[in-house]
Design a protein around this ligand. Structure first.
Ligand code: PTT
Length: 542
């Protein structure tokens, strides 16, 4: 297919130089879309080509990238997603995250496949993107405000039809695991993407658009999307999912002995039933979702201060059992603080768990204890403001442990704290963490569920093959075409639905194998980036 017949992409990237306040349109070559598809693929290609090797992640020279894929924002199952990426201030390597946000839909409607921000503003600012135009508005009055207040102010100022990507106070203070927050309950970019945007003095990106991506075959796309949605709703797992979302995992992890407890010292928690999905069902007050979602996962409860908060398994395991907290409402309070300040809950739960264990061993002097949510909440505030001991804790587990000389119980891979699955007796999951392209995140391969079913103590080739397959579709297909993976991994619909949607949207006749080839290319380039930036790639041979 010739380049001018490329559908599904706008073939335009907005390049915004925040130092000069200058917007440029980059009509990137069609070959880039064919070879890297979008999302994470575009992010790594741009970082590889345009970031000077050795760049300090918190300097103006780093690039902040928000990248969509050809499926983003199209009517279809769970396509309101966006990849946020940069060189990570937490790991020093490639970092990204996948956030559900109206900004994803709006960016495509504005006619951009990605937004790249270089340089840094000279004062707190908001980057406003409205169709073809982009500019900085002053945001002195927003600086220091939490992510929810900022959201409300942005709605007042720019209207409800705009999408927002927001930096909380933690991003402003360059907490190394600060995230981007959207819609008062979505958070993405675990390896410090919020700190990178904060270092550019950009409090928020506001996007609004009036266009529609041009598809190769609208009818076929619509049919494929409707088939996929029907598949989700017909799934035997669907009704249970709508009751508990990811929170069902607490009971599952307890039964499997992989529920992180007391800084991963245990894989079971004696009070798991007080933080479980079943308990959550009894106290739930609302259910929220990302845009264009057909299987909402944002279960909302009232926390210990009676404020609403959206829960997920990772948040409650890391800020509940991992800290010895035996009340869902108290773990939810820490979850809400993380969302308000824009701090990653997984890294935060690791940092606090590590600090409590170090205290237990007499290596760190902090005023907190296992299960004491009030004291831990104060520590979270100190981290967000980099006050007192919070300044050290804002550095992340790898740096804290090196600073105090206690590395044996520091739970991270390549500097990114591990997700909420204890892998002492799950070697496949340990391999998934070790070979994840951003550090210890479960997003690229959640093999633990498969390995528990198929033999958790086996070290055979079959397990490694499964792991690679997962990386190819989870970290490959879903992070480049950019849609939520939950319809496939939680309701079990076929990946072929996405292949059909991809073909109808773009006009490219890629098979699943072709998409896996793209995934391999993207992984290879990410590994090269790590080697370039860090001098090594500490991974096994997956
Ligand atoms: C993701 C990581 C996860 S993974 C969770 S819960 W999960 C944590 N959520 C946080 C949160 O909330 N607040 C906060 N302050 N920090 C948080 N850190 C943690 O971040 C997320 C959903 C979920 S809920 C998951 S699994 C799936 N993730 C997807 C993915 O990675 N890719 C993809 N194509 N589809 C996905 N679908 C699901 O989306 P990161 P979100 Mg998150 C409040 O971003 O950096 O990738 O880390 O984005 O919009 O909240 O959706 O049991």
């Amino acid at each position: 297919m010739s380049e001018d017949k490329l559908f599904g992409w706008s073939k335009r990237i907005l390049w915004f130089d925040a130092s000069r306040r200058e917007a440029k349109e980059w009509r990137y070559p069609g070959e880039m879309a064919k070879l890297f598809i979008g999302g994470r693929g575009f992010a790594i290609k741009i970082l590889w080509d345009h970031l000077r090797p050795g760049t300090d992640p918190l300097s103006p020279e780093n690039l902040f990238i928000a990248a969509a894929g050809p499926l983003t924002g199209l009517a279809g199952p769970n396509t309101g997603k966006l990849v946020v990426a940069a060189k990570s201030p937490l790991t020093g390597g490639y970092g990204d995250g996948n956030i559900g946000s109206w900004a994803a839909v709006a960016m495509r409607a504005a006619g951009w496949d990605a937004i790249v921000i270089s340089g840094a503003a000279d004062r707190p600012s908001v980057l406003v993107v409205e169709d073809d135009k982009a500019w900085l508005d002053d945001a002195d009055d927003l600086w220091g405000r939490d992510a929810f207040e900022t959201h409300d102010k942005l709605v007042e100022r720019y209207g409800r039809d705009a999408g927002f990507l927001i930096v909380g106070p933690a991003g402003e203070k360059l907490v190394r695991y600060a995230t981007i927050v959207s819609q008062k309950g979505r958070s993405g970019g675990r390896p410090g993407m919020g700190a990178v945007l904060g270092s550019k003095k950009i409090k928020a990106i506001v996007v609004r658009g009036t266009k529609k991506p041009e598809l190769y075959d609208e009818d076929s796309y619509r049919k494929a999307a409707i088939e996929a949605i029907r598949g989700v709703k017909a799934s035997p797992n669907y009704s249970f999912w709508m009751r508990q979302g990811t929170m069902f995992t607490i009971e599952w992890a307890q039964e499997a002995g992989v529920l992180p407890s007391y800084n991963f010292q245990e894989g079971v928690f004696e009070h798991y039933d007080k933080i479980s999905g079943s308990y959550m069902e009894k106290v739930r007050v609302d259910l929220r979702s990302c845009p264009l979602c057909v299987m909402a996962c944002g279960h909302v409860i009232r926390d210990a201060e009676n404020a609403e908060v959206e829960l997920d398994y990772e948040n409650i395991a890391m800020l509940g059992s991992n800290l010895g907290i035996a009340r869902l409402e108290e773990a939810a309070l820490l979850n809400r603080l993380a969302d308000l300040y824009g701090i990653d809950t997984i890294s935060l739960g690791n940092v606090l768990g590590y600090a409590l264990e170090a205290r237990e061993r007499g290596k760190l002097d902090i005023d907190a204890d296992w299960g004491n949510a009030r004291k831990l909440a104060e520590l979270v505030k100190d981290i967000a403001g980099r006050r007192g001991i919070g300044d050290l804790l804002a550095e992340g587990v790898m740096r804290i442990s090196e600073r105090i000389g206690e590395t044996t119980y520091a739970m991270h891979v390549k500097g990114l704290e591990i997700s909420a699955y204890d892998c002492h007796a799950a070697p496949g999951m340990a391999l998934a963490y070790a070979t994840s392209p951003i550090g210890a995140h479960h997003k690229d391969a959640w093999i633990i569920s498969w390995e528990i079913q198929h033999g958790r103590f086996s070290y055979g080739r079959e397990k490694v093959k499964k792991l690679i397959e997962m990386q190819r579709f989870r970290g490959g297909l879903f992070e480049t075409a950019v849609a939520c993976r939950f319809p496939v991994v939680e309701t079990g619909i076929s990946l072929e639905h996405y292949v059909k949607m991809f073909q109808a949207a773009t006009g490219l006749s890629y098979t699943l194998d072709d998409i896996y080839t793209v995934a391999d290319r993207v992984y290879a380039l990410i590994r090269m980036f790590w080697i370039r930036e860090k001098g090594s790639w500490s991974m096994a041979t997956a």
